[in-house]
Design a protein around this ligand. Structure first.
Ligand code: HEC
Ligand code: HEC
Length: 238
């Protein structure tokens, strides 16, 4: 009895509404899938999305600060941050730290890159794009930043001890200052990046870096590779 009455009605209802309910089911499914996809994406990419959002916010803050102080945006020094560090204290040992370098030394180096007396694939084009006024502004900016101890360098005590003896014997402090803190056109060496120091001493030795006074060519000429490594160990850990 029930079977005979309900089956045809069900069948009739089914045929009448089939396309619509299939469509409804399709939308319910895709809607559900989209929701699942959104949740999965949120879990997987949430940190990146939040990171991007924060970078955006940071840029907005920098822009707002610059507008408030009347400065240009992006600030010129932002171009140096990636290699030389936010505070002028590069974290990688291969890049020179600029914080606390004497202003005269920084100005001389930027002018040297621009004039071709010192060459580097990155710094030469950058310095060529700077006006004298900009070079002066960069030098003043980084010289006023506080040099931090080179905490990312892990020194070898035996090499540091040998390096210290070489610094005393080579009277480096006569030009670079009692605490190797630099002065005028003599650069600060204390806490400088290890690989950078090593590299520069090798370049003074082989003549690919020449200073106009010729002071460093004479200093570097007699140094062996081990002397150079030991000196860099000592200087980087000051
Ligand atoms: C892509 C990386 C990079 C960027 C960006 C960069 N520099 Fe450099 N900078 C270097 C490297 C590498 C050296 C070392 C060059 C060498 O070995 O002679 C250097 C060297 C220097 C030196 C000489 C340091 C010393 O102790 O003698 C100064 C000054 C300097 N940079 C200033 C700047 C300024 C100012 C900016 C921003 C306008 C800047 N740099 C942007 C990579 C960079
Ligand atoms: C007679 C003075 C004098 C003495 C002594 C001297 N230096 Fe220098 N040093 C300089 C000058 C000047 C420069 C900068 C050269 C330039 O303008 O390119 C320099 C540059 C350097 C640099 C490159 C720094 C940088 O940021 O790029 C290193 C490293 C260095 N000296 C290490 C030493 C060591 C180690 C000793 C001792 C063994 C020493 N110097 C002794 C005058 C001296």
């Amino acid at each position: 009895m029930m079977g005979t009455t309900t089956t045809p009605r069900k069948a009739r209802t089914a045929t009448a509404t089939a396309p619509r309910s299939r469509a409804k089911r399709f939308f319910a499914w895709t809607g559900g899938l989209l929701l699942v996809a959104a949740i999965v994406a949120g879990v997987l990419y949430g940190p990146e999305l939040i990171g991007l959002y924060q970078v955006g916010k940071q840029i907005d803050t920098i822009a707002a600060d610059s507008v408030r102080t009347g400065g240009p945006w992006p600030r010129a020094t932002d171009a140096c941050v990636y290699c030389h560090g936010y505070d002028g204290n590069a974290r990688a040992q291969t890049y020179p730290r600029l914080a606390g370098q004497p202003e005269a030394y920084l100005r001389k180096q930027l002018a040297g890159f621009a004039a071709g007396t010192r060459t580097d694939p990155t710094m030469t084009p950058l310095a060529l794009s700077m006006s004298d006024k900009e070079i002066g502004a960069f030098a003043a900016h980084f010289s006023k930043m506080a040099p931090l101890p080179n905490a990312t360098f892990h020194a070898d005590p035996a090499r540091v001890a040998r390096g210290e003896a070489l610094v005393k014997g080579g009277s480096c402090t006569a030009c670079h200052g009692q605490k190797l803190e630099g002065n005028g056109e003599f650069p600060r060496l204390a806490g400088q990046g290890y690989d950078y120091l090593r590299d520069q001493l090798m370049r003074f030795k082989d003549g690919t870096r020449r200073d106009p006074m010729g002071a460093m060519a004479g200093v570097a000429a007699p140094l062996s590779q081990q002397n150079i490594d030991d000196l860099a160990q000592y200087l980087a850990s000051r």
